[in-house]
Write a protein that binds this ligand. Sequence first.
Ligand code: SF4
Ligand code: SF4
Length: 133
Amino acid sequence: MTYIITSLCLRDGGCMDVCPVECIIPGKPVEEWPWMYIDPDTCIDCGACVPECPYEAIFPEDEVPDAYEAQGGEYICKRDLTGHYENTDHNGEPVVLETTRQLEAGEVIDLTPDIEENYKFFAEGPGYAAQED
Ligand code: SF4
Ligand code: SF4
């Protein structure tokens, strides 16, 4: 098993600093791979990243919700969305995303397609290869 970062991720970066095996990789280019991604072959399932996420975006793979009920106001980020988001990450560095949407209170969304996105990021390589430049 592995842990999965879902489309609730807003690139705060806090999870990366606590991962003992450094298997959390920021997606690039950000328009194409807007989250951080967990390398499933390296993750040791320790769960240390989960409490570090201010947006509660990280789940064990078998607990990613298929009916996440929004509190209202939180963002999701996917490459086919067009909403603007900006903030600072946990280091005070700017985060700007142009592929977001704010959820409405009570809206229910399926986060399980995000599992496949995580595997694709590592299997298909374009985002992962960009980290090595
Ligand atoms: S802490 Fe949460 S929001 Fe920040 S990069 Fe990690 S998963 Fe994304
Ligand atoms: S569960 Fe542990 S090893 Fe896996 S990504 Fe999170 S902090 Fe890293």
